[in-house]
Design a protein around this ligand. Sequence first.
Ligand code: 5GP
Ligand code: ZN
Length: 112
Amino acid sequence: MTDCLFCRIVAGEIPATVVYETPATLAFRDISPKAPVHVLVIPKQHHADVAALGAADPALAGEVLASVAAVAEKEGLLEGGFRVVFNTGSAVGQTVFHAHAHVLGGRTYGDL
Ligand code: 5GP
Ligand code: ZN
């Protein structure tokens, strides 16, 4: 059994509110939303962060981005815009070491 939280969500061992799924990716609502829409998009296969994912499997990284686009469309974010964040490394706040895109919408954001 894995101790990776998001692998356990993929395996169905931990419940999540799934909003979109493809054979290779899963999108579910963040348990502690920071915006009116806050969805996490992950590859089902374990990679520690987006840098590892992009280096190991660029095609899968592309599938994650395609799912980000599908989630944005499904959640009605295309008109108002949305922000996509991949925290990479504990120094910038990554807490779950399974690559994930935060899709954030429904409010305004400051400059980066
Ligand atoms: P990070 O800080 O690694 O970029 O993002 C991890 C995210 O996972 C956080 O926004 C946190 O709220 C979310 N999270 C942590 N545990 C769970 C959980 O059990 N279920 C869901 N749906 N989200 C979680
Ligand atoms: Zn994992």
